[in-house]
Write a protein that binds this ligand. Structure first.
Ligand SMILES: *Cc1c(COP(=O)(O)O)cnc(C)c1O
Length: 377
């Protein structure tokens, strides 16, 4: 039987044509025409002040940490149930990641635990919109305002999800997006920093351009191009911008397809949830169909289900090892609350195959294989 991979990078429109155009135009370094078109697309579609393409969401998070002026010993509040970059970007500036538990309903940071984690060293809160489902941004922004903290949204999984009509990534002081090939809209590797607070816009350009005022120089705003601040090389090649822009032209179509896949999984697995065999994600009409997962009763069941599916050529994946219990997390961070939900869920969650080219037949095959596991098991 034909294998069903977990993920499959795809081409949907003019990706290869635009790359050929970029080569023909002779501008392959950063900030060429396609990159600028991507910036405008994000600024208009998401309603953000400034969008800047980066090599990755990791790079965007690193830029955000620099722009938040994080210093050694500062503290940053974030969930433990996330990808390493959420913490690493701040640890690179010398900060201590302070982990709080997640909510059991949507696996996002439990906003009711944030305030108790704040100390005089706290500088920022980093909510992660897990699976593209929004964190409680109103509550988080209110806490940040009360304590004068900055908010960096890790919106790596959340492009085109909304929260009360606002785009995720556009609500905090900064938003960070990913176009890694496992995300909804892809460019292989790739990301963007969304700067939502005008105060940081000028410095963001400088940090991204190796700490130089090169962008201002090209706009004729300064007469010399020189080293003015700390920074690094965070801007991607125009080849990435060209590929990405072609995907953005079909962004709504990609999102609709992924939401269709999630809805189909939900319908086909509902009876297993009713029978108490597994738990399904609470489907949220505002989310972008980034992920479909099931929560099982134990690590043992998950291990057996993975083997069962793999034997039929179906490739699910699991994540994350909670950061607070990972070697680097123990070394650099600390927990501010019990981690009961994080620890309880991380060994029981399983992500099902979900990619743009999946057919209805593929979805039915995955669902049938899961039913078959529970009938026989
Ligand atoms: C994918 C992901 C990242 C990292 O994105 P890259 O573009 O690979 O650097 C960061 N945070 C979360 C929550 C992610 O899912």
């Amino acid at each position: 039987m034909k294998p069903i991979p977990f993920n499959k990078p795809f081409i949907i429109g003019h990706e290869l044509d635009y790359i050929a155009n970029a080569v023909a135009q002779g501008h392959l370094s950063g900030d060429g025409g396609y990159t600028k078109s991507c910036h405008r697309w994000f600024e208009e579609k998401l309603g953000v002040r400034r969008a800047l393409l980066t090599h990755s969401c990791t790079a965007a998070l690193e830029m955000a940490a620099i722009l938040c002026d994080i210093r050694p010993g500062d503290e940053v509040i974030l969930p433990s149930y996330t990808f390493v970059s959420t913490a690493n970007a701040f640890v690179l500036r010398g900060a201590v990641p302070v982990f709080v538990d997640i909510r059991s309903d949507n696996l996002n940071i439990d906003e009711t635990l944030i305030e108790a984690a704040i100390t005089p060293r706290t500088r920022a809160i980093v909510p992660v919109h897990y699976a593209g489902v929004p964190c409680e941004m109103d509550a988080i922004m209110a806490i940040a305002q009360r304590h004068q903290l900055l908010v960096v949204e890790d919106a790596a999984q959340a492009l085109l999800s909304t929260c009360k009509g606002r785009a995720l990534g556009s609500i905090g002081h900064f938003g960070c997006l990913s176009f890694h090939e496992t995300k909804n809209i892809i460019s292989g590797e790739g990301g963007a920093l969304l700067v939502n607070d005008e105060r940081f816009a000028e410095r963001a350009e400088i940090v991204r351009e190796k700490g130089t005022n090169r962008s201002q120089f090209f706009r004729g705003e300064v007469d010399k191009y020189t080293w003015v601040d700390i920074g690094s090389s965070y801007l991607p090649s125009e080849l990435i911008g060209a590929f990405l822009y072609a995907q953005l032209e079909h962004a709504d179509q990609i999102t609709a397809k992924r939401c269709h896949i999630c809805t189909a999984y939900a319908a086909q697995l509902a009876s297993l949830q009713q029978a108490g065999k597994l738990r399904l994600p609470a489907f949220d009409g505002d989310s972008n169909g980034h992920m479909y997962y099931v929560i099982l009763d134990s690590l043992e069941t998950r291990t057996k289900l993975i083997a069962h599916l793999k034997a039929q050529g179906i490739h699910p994946v699991f994540h994350y090892v909670p950061l607070h219990s990972s070697p680097a997390g123990r070394k650099y961070g600390r927990t501010a609350s019990a981690m009961t939900v994080t620890d309880g869920l991380s060994e029981r969650l399983l992500r099902l195959p979900l990619h743009y080219e999946m057919s209805d037949e593929d979805i039915a095959r995955v669902s049938a294989a899961i039913h078959d596991f529970f009938i026989r098991g």
